[in-house]
Write a protein that binds this ligand. Structure first.
Ligand SMILES: Cc1cc2nc3c(=O)[nH]c(=O)nc-3n(C[C@H](O)[C@H](O)[C@H](O)COP(=O)(O)OP(=O)(O)OC[C@H]3O[C@@H](n4cnc5c(N)ncnc54)[C@H](O)[C@@H]3O)c2cc1C
Length: 427
């Protein structure tokens, strides 16, 4: 595994970086768009593809301006700076548009995994392309047989000379239809216990043998996809890490995904979720309460206060855990606390926004898109407790790997994966 150390003597000081970022953003970056992000509801494919192109252009703008990949080394096109510089950029970019679609999962976890586990050739091929907005990456992790049991992957990769042949199906892949590359966990050995027979591959999503099907969600979005892989051929050069050692990669992969809010690889306005939800901040909720005429309503005040307190506590907790992980005071597994908090707070604040808007979030005029977003957000509020691993799984990790409580019983430990009983639907 590769990590980067930076010589403090070479690094621009934070104040000078802040001034430079502030001036450059003001001169170059467009303001944050009003209304909900494209893709949150029922949008046409053309609108969504336009927005993907817009994201690539914003990423290229950051790259050309010297503000992409703050914590990636310079030899891969990054800035070779520190997490503190990324935090400064995140503070300065508040109020501006930014390449939201590229942060999760392209930068974290995918680019982070390529950086840590890829070989030199793989890093040089992909990290600069990602930083320029030329490659958008997705995670091929979950399978129809179960997403929580990540190590139970049944997509199979069989070696054939200098190539691998993949067969199986991945599901719940956000945005696979408009993305370029996938990071895929596949089974390369069925004769060892499940964690010991996995390998990670990089694959082009749009290649012979991969069929991408769209899944429509309750809010009308068709971002989710299921991929069917039939004899997909991948060169051995696109394997990440050692054969059968994919779980070592997978554990860090999960860490980078859970650590989204504290990730040094992610550029997003400080204090906001990646989806720029209308229910994100206390200030936005206050505007909402004003708009729906409930300023004097004590119940509305309580709800705004609750959302504000949740966001404050979440922000402080993310900083504390991120600092703790960076200094070694906490194990990497503490990132599950950040993930759990994001799920609980995301779910609750979305519900609060809906309760505050009341009937306005059920039927809204065309010019009140933010109200519509609250209604659509409420329909899919559970997503924040499921995507990136469920909050139940985060609680398991916290209890077992942070607090040291006994591990849950597992019927498949030390059993060759081939011999693990499976339900008919999971075979
Ligand atoms: C918004 C969103 C985006 C997503 N994006 C992607 C993506 O890009 N790529 C991708 O691969 N996947 C993606 N997913 C899928 C996601 O990772 C899975 O849905 C998730 O891991 C849960 O898996 P599952 O749906 O198969 O549920 P299951 O694993 O079948 O779990 C069902 C329920 O049982 C609980 N459960 C299962 N095992 C245990 C246990 N041992 N202890 C306690 N409770 C348990 C779970 O917590 C859950 O409540 C996304 C999901 C969402 C909602």
């Amino acid at each position: 595994m590769t990590t980067t150390t930076i010589d403090a003597g070479d690094v621009e000081d934070l104040d000078s970086f802040r001034q430079r970022a502030r001036a450059w953003l003001a001169a170059n970056m467009p303001p944050a768009p009003a209304g909900p992000p494209v893709g949150a509801g029922d949008v046409s494919d053309e609108e969504e593809l336009d927005d993907v192109e817009h994201t690539r252009k914003l990423q290229r703008l950051l790259y050309d301006g010297g503000f992409a990949g703050i914590c990636f080394p310079r030899e891969y096109g990054g800035q070779g700076l520190t997490p503190a510089h990324q935090q400064v950029l995140n503070e300065e970019i508040v109020g501006y548009d930014y390449p939201a679609r590229m942060q999760l999962p392209t930068f974290t976890p995918c680019a982070a995994v390529i950086h840590e586990f890829g070989n030199e050739e793989q890093r040089k091929a992909h990290i600069p392309a990602i930083l320029k907005g030329e490659e958008i990456w997705m995670q091929f992790l979950s399978e129809p047989g179960g997403g929580s049991d990540v190590a139970g992957a049944q997509t199979t990769a069989v070696r054939d000379g200098d190539e691998w042949v993949l067969n199986g199906s991945k599901i719940w892949t956000t945005g696979a239809w408009w993305s370029d590359w996938g990071l895929c966990l596949a089974r390369t050995n069925w004769d060892v216990p499940k964690h010991r027979g996995l390998t990670v591959f990089m694959l082009r999503i749009h290649q012979p043998g991969i069929e991408v099907h769209r899944i429509e969600m309750l809010n009308g979005s068709k971002e989710f996809c299921q991929e069917f892989m039939t004899d997909v051929r991948i060169p051995d050069g696109d394997r990440i890490g050692e054969v059968d050692a994919g779980w070592t990669v997978g554990v860090r992969w999960m860490f980078h995904e859970r650590n989204l809010a504290g990730s040094p690889y992610v550029t997003r306005p400080a204090g906001q979720g990646p989806a720029r939800s209308a229910a994100d901040t206390g200030d936005t909720l206050l505007e909402l309460v004003r708009d729906v005429g409930r300023l004097a309503d004590p119940r509305a005040r309580d709800l705004v206060g609750e959302a504000h307190a949740l966001r404050l506590v979440q922000g402080k907790m993310v900083s504390r855990i991120t600092r703790g992980i960076a200094t070694g005071a906490f194990t990497d597994q503490a990132a599950s606390i950040i993930r759990l908090m994001a799920g609980v707070v995301g779910n609750r604040t979305t519900t609060i926004g809906f309760e505050l808007a009341g009937p306005h979030a059920v039927a809204w005029p065309d010019d009140a898109a933010a109200l519509g977003e609250l209604g659509l957000g409420y329909l899919t509020r559970q997503a924040s407790s499921i995507g990136g691993g469920t909050t139940e799984m985060a609680r398991n990790v916290i209890s077992e790997r942070v607090l040291g409580m006994p591990r849950e019983r597992a019927a498949d430990r030390d059993v060759a994966f081939r011999d693990v009983p499976r339900s008919a639907s999971a075979r």
